[in-house]
Design a protein around this ligand. Structure first.
Ligand code: PMV
Length: 340
């Protein structure tokens, strides 16, 4: 991570979103975001959250602002502000300090649409707030604190490259580790945005309902072998083995969502159209595979060599509203470019 750039108890962090290859779906402890199974992801480059935090030692209320990407800030919607204030109170207790915070945050991509805006958002918030308090966190602490925001996947966004988030023997041991740096394998994530709106059911609700699916246990039985295969495939840059597991894993997650009580249907007809287009690309010899988080949008993962063909094929689809060409990234940075 780059050097500290704090000024007057203020810090700005740009933290990446991440895309999970083996996913977190179902919690042992939802409030503390302790997952049922380990997960593996890669941190991204283009899909990021920028967060500026300012600590004021005096009395007062936390202020939570949302940026629009054009330099304008407005009070954040109440539901989001409540989650942020909860995490600020937690971080304040953790640091043993008083006072209050002014926070501004903005995303470079559509929020709450299955592109893990809560992962990048809460990773950036955690790192910015703790740095504004003068703390320099090691990876276990940064990852655990980000996880305790309630967005478990934020635990993987405090670092770059290929990341595993094990369950850990205890709550304290539940933090992310780096499997390989970004330079290890230049993988792309071409995100086919087919629905820019927020998802119908939050991932928190999805985790809550996951165990009600009759397929929950079936997926859990598959996870250990899948983790091993994906770890090895990453180590060997073996895209063929990797892609089989990644696609099957995403479909399993959505089968669980669709068979939960009550069921959750994240997919749209356009989602299926993109999945079919990726299968066609593969049949034509273009290495690519799909994965989908809690939303309708499809992340098409491919090696750098096939990215131009993947992008061209997806660009030609009328169902695709927006294409985000992203790739594995090096992780969060501290930045001079404050939001206020
Ligand atoms: O971190 P949460 O609570 O938003 O859950 C993340 C859920 C998925 O994105 C679907 C899977 C994952 O591991 O990122």
């Amino acid at each position: 991570m780059a050097e500290s750039l704090t000024n007057d108890n203020q810090a700005t962090v740009v933290a990446p979103s991440n895309i999970a290859f083996i996913k977190y779906w179902g919690a042992r402890n939802l409030r503390r975001a302790v997952p049922v199974n380990p997960s593996i992801s890669m941190s991204l480059t283009e899909c990021v959250s920028r967060c500026t935090a300012q600590w004021d030692t005096g009395r007062g209320q936390h202020e939570v602002l949302l940026g629009d990407g054009d330099g304008n800030l407005a009070p954040a919607p109440e539901e989001f502000a409540v989650r942020v204030r909860g995490h600020l109170n937690f971080l304040r207790r953790w640091a043993g300090v008083g006072g209050h915070f002014r926070i501004a945050t903005e995303n470079s991509f559509p929020s709450a649409a299955g592109i893990a805006s809560s992962a990048s958002g809460f990773a950036a918030l955690t790192l910015a707030v703790t740095r504004a308090l003068g703390k320099h966190l090691d990876l276990p602490t940064a990852s655990s604190l980000a996880r305790l925001s309630g967005s478990g996947s934020a635990a993987r966004s405090v670092v770059g490259g290929f990341v595993e988030w094990p369950v850990g023997r205890s709550d304290e041991a539940c933090y992310a580790r780096v499997l390989a740096g970004a330079e290890h394998w230049d993988l792309y994530d071409v995100v086919a945005v087919v629905d820019r709106g927020p998802k119908s059911v939050s991932s928190l609700d999805g985790h809550r309902r996951a165990r009600t699916s009759p397929f929950f246990r079936t997926r859990q039985r598959r996870i250990p072998q899948r983790l091993e295969t994906v770890r090895e495939a990453i180590a060997n840059r073996d895209f063929e083995t990797f892609s089989e597991i990644v696609e099957a894993e995403a479909i399993d997650l959505h089968c669980i969502a669709m068979t939960s009580q009550p069921p959750i249907f994240y997919w749209r007809p356009a989602t299926l159209a993109v999945l079919a287009a990726v299968r066609t690309l593969r049949a034509d010899g273009v290495p690519a595979c799909s994965t989908i988080d809690a939303g309708a949008n499809v992340h098409v993962i491919c090696p750098a060599s096939s990215e131009p063909q993947v992008t061209a094929a997806l660009e030609a689809m009328p169902e695709v509203e927006q294409l985000i060409r992203d790739r594995v990234g090096t992780g969060p940075i501290f930045d001079h470019d404050h939001l206020f």
